[in-house]
Design a protein around this ligand. Structure first.
Ligand SMILES: [Zn+2]
Length: 317
């Protein structure tokens, strides 16, 4: 039985998802988070769970078989790129990607079975990968896999995906653009100034799903003032669609000082988002809130921001 209401996944097999020490998405991201979590004694307020691996069939809930074949092939050589040059192959990436997706799958089971109310998976939140290709450091899209699991394995009628990473969650948005059961809300740096260039305010869903997607582009250099001004709009949108489960992609690359983006929030933004979503989840979803680390390429920001999110998820402990 769980001794706390929140669990956090940590371990070498999860840390193994990365592109080497010289790449912004390197293995230290997991290490700095774990160190900060233990220094702040948050490991006494949450349960730490070891990484879990999943199988090919779970990846294929979202990805095409041809693409998984390509990942397996390039995972053996560790050479070349999985896309047009953003996402290099690395040896063992198939194993590492199945651990990222496996932790997310396990976290969903823990929450759906009532073992925990909230969960956090660092390194996960790989929101750029498409069904048939990698993109933007994302070999698999664990967010998309999570959504497929919730809609198809558990039969939920309404799943919310909230994304406050600096980059638009294009791999999630375009894969579920016409899926009315996916309530999508994304605050990101305006695509005219940052990769991947998408997520205009006019993109609100297609067909039956029109109105189930909310894109909030933020100007470069936007800080806490604008974040806190826009946040209530996102909350109202979510509550209106009565989600049964909330996913949060809380990328730390929207915090001031990130080397590859231009947003300037403080970690108060992420703490507020996590706290409010935990409250909304407790009121409307029987708790079920799963936070995914997402981007973030400044190590101090990763340490501060992800621990602030865990602290918010562990409230009451
Ligand atoms: Zn990002």
């Amino acid at each position: 039985m769980a001794s706390h209401s929140c669990c956090v996944y940590l371990g070498d097999k999860l840390a193994a998802y990365g592109f080497g020490n010289d790449h912004p998405f390197g293995p230290q991201r997991h290490a700095v988070f774990e160190q900060a979590l233990r220094e702040q004694a948050l490991d006494t307020r949450v349960d730490i769970l070891p990484p879990v691996i999943t199988g090919r069939e779970t990846l294929e809930l979202f990805h095409t078989p041809d693409y998984i074949d390509k990942v397996i092939e390039l995972s053996q050589s560790g050479e070349g790129y999985l896309d047009n040059g953003d996402t290099p192959a690395f040896e063992g990436m198939y194993q590492a990607a199945r651990h990222v997706a496996g932790c997310v799958e396990d976290a969903i089971e823990q929450l759906m079975n009532g073992h925990y109310q909230h969960a956090f998976v660092p390194i996960a939140g790989l929101h750029h990968a498409r069904r048939d290709t990698a993109a933007g450091f994302c070999v698999v899209n664990d967010c998309g896999i999570a959504i497929e699991i919730l809609l198809n394995r558990y039969g939920l009628k309404s799943v919310a995906y909230v994304d406050i990473d600096a980059h638009h969650g294009d791999g999630v948005f375009y894969s579920f653009e016409d899926e009315p059961r996916l309530i999508f809300a994304d605050m990101h740096e305006d695509g005219r100034y940052l990769y991947p260039g998408t997520g205009a305010v006019t993109e609100t869903g297609k067909g039956d799903a029109i109105g189930t997607k909310l894109n909030i582009p933020m100007p470069p250099h936007a800080g806490d003032e604008l974040f806190f001004k826009m946040w209530p709009h996102l909350e109202r949108f979510l509550v209106k669609h009565k989600p049964e489960f909330i996913l949060l992609q809380c990328g730390a690359d929207s915090i001031d000082g990130d080397p590859i983006t231009h947003l300037k929030y403080s970690n108060k933004a992420h703490a507020h988002a996590a706290r409010r979503l935990a409250q909304i989840a407790d009121e409307h979803c029987g708790g079920k809130l799963l936070a995914l680390g997402g981007g973030g390429y400044n190590h101090d920001n990763i340490a501060k921001t992800w621990t602030a999110v865990v602290e918010a998820l562990a409230y009451g402990e």
